[in-house]
Design a protein around this ligand. Structure first.
Ligand code: HEM
Length: 438
């Protein structure tokens, strides 16, 4: 591939030096720096004695994630994720990652994801039954906590299948609850989380001797084989992949649903239009609907796309150059950290009209051509894009469809809504909702 031509000098330098991407206030500062410098700038990071570059141009995004992706590894923040997830598919690189991706890819095909219909419907219906009772009693819910518990329940069921009940019965409760009960993502949490690996190791050992049939991710991972060598995953690899799916599969989806309900509650016209679509859906959608059936509700999908635009749970992608590259005409040295803030790309005024407004209609097919492909990517793009995208969308579509048919969620005003942009983009304080039967 021919290298783009370069401009002399480097991109604008931010006045303040700080560890961009790692500090709690990084998003706030990045919003200001983007307004000041535009598509590309750099920040001197004293701890690393180097510049971190920040890019917001769809052409640069495409180059980093797709056209020249072989020149990039993951960047800043990876160490923190590694403590939690070990060397699973989210954190590995090079040949190891390529092998893992090939072995995991079949687990996320539409057909396989469709097999989790009952797991998603059952978890949502249990929540709905509880919520209808709370609606009758006029009691509010902590939506943020509820979404975290729901998505955890779904991914655990998809991963462990009927062994989830067995583990919970043996241990007198769901051992994975620590994931939702503890909000901090510090070393202490990582220690508790990693201690769950013993349970997973026991489960693998039991499955190896019991020879029962299971339809779940543990079974699929255990029977996955490397295409080239025919080798199965080692116990360590299995554990890391299982822990990766539990974390990657729940926090992001929980955050997406938390924002979706919050935005719907703020926009009664959107909510009414969504209700009209859901209410006129064919009766086939009463039972656990398939993904294809849910796709017959285009506005529902647009609502979710728009929520993920305004509040992408993975709000910034982090990469590091292996060799030198050229971005927006500037030469970028080897070994440089580059940040791609999806939050800002999704609100770039050149590509989005009234970027801060919640307008699901912008995702209607007739508006598709109005923006470049690489201006919107809540699930990233290129070979390392989210492997769980179909799973996440199925779960979100089914949950919102089933709940919105029966209930309205009305926001109970609390402290002003603040963003917490750490690994995921969350609300700093929980969102509290009052439930109204429709
Ligand atoms: C709304 C929900 C979700 C969002 C917004 C989301 C977003 C993302 C993004 C942006 C990446 C790329 C990260 C990077 O390259 O730095 C990613 C990767 C990944 N996601 Fe998701 N995700 C979601 C749900 C899920 C679910 C449900 C699963 C699994 C059950 C999952 C599993 C993964 C895995 C394993 C990777 C790493 C893929 C690789 O490196 O090859 N995600 N996700």
């Amino acid at each position: 591939m021919s290298a783009p031509t370069t401009t002399q000098g480097g991109p604008p330098v931010a006045a303040a030096e700080f560890d961009i991407g790692s500090t709690d206030d990084s998003l706030e500062r990045m919003i200001r720096l983007f307004a000041e410098h535009g598509d590309i700038y750099r920040v001197y990071v004293p701890a690393r004695k180097a510049y971190t570059y920040v890019v917001h141009h769809p052409d640069d995004v495409k180059r980093i994630l797709v056209a020249n992706h072989r020149n990039y590894t993951k960047g800043v923040g990876l160490d923190r994720v590694k403590i939690l997830l070990g060397n699973g598919i989210m954190t590995s690189e090079g040949e190891l990652w390529r092998r893992q991706r090939m072995m995991l890819q079949p687990l996320f095909h539409r057909r396989v994801v469709g097999g989790f219909a009952e797991a998603i419907a059952t978890a949502t219906d249990a929540l709905l039954e509880r919520w209808e009772e709370l609606a009758r009693r006029g009691e509010p819910v902590n939506l943020t906590e509820e979404m975290s518990e729901l998505t955890l329940q779904i991914v655990l069921k998809a991963t462990f299948g009927r062994d989830l009940e067995r583990m919970s019965a043996e241990l007198g409760g769901n051992p994975f609850e620590v994931v939702t009960k503890e909000q901090a993502r510090n070393l202490q949490f990582a220690y508790k989380f990693r201690s769950l690996t013993r349970l997973v190791a026991n489960l693998i050992a039991r499955r190896r001797t019991a020879g029962e049939e299971h339809f779940d991710y543990v079974a699929m991972l255990m029977s996955a084989r490397d295409k080239e060598t025919g080798a199965p995953m080692s116990e360590r690899e299995l554990i890391d992949e299982i822990m990766t799916l539990v974390v990657a599969g729940h926090e992001t989806t929980a955050s997406g649903l938390n924002w979706t309900w919050y935005l719907l509650a703020q926009h009664p016209q959107v909510e009414a239009k969504l209700h009209a679509e859901i209410d006129s859906a064919p009766p086939a959608l009463e039972r656990a609907p398939s993904l294809a059936q849910l796709e017959q509700l285009p506005y529902l999908r647009q609502v979710i796309d728009e929520a993920l635009r305004l509040y992408p749970p993975g709000w910034v992608l982090s990469r590091r150059t292996i060799g030198p590259d050229v971005l927006s005409g500037y030469a970028i040295p080897a070994g440089t950290n580059v940040l791609l803030p999806l939050y800002l790309l999704h609100r770039h005024p050149r590509y989005w009209s009234e970027p801060d407004q919640f307008r699901p209609e912008r995702f209607a097919p007739e508006h598709e051509a109005e923006r470049p492909r690489f201006a919107y990517m809540p699930f990233a793009a290129g070979p390392r894009h989210c492997i769980g995208e179909t799973f996440a969308l199925y779960e979100m579509l089914m949950h919102v469809q089933r709940v919105a048919r029966r209930l309205r969620l009305v926001h109970v005003p609390g402290p002003p809504l603040e963003l917490e942009a750490l690994i995921n983009l969350r609300t700093r304080h929980p969102v509290i909702m009052r439930l109204e039967r429709r």
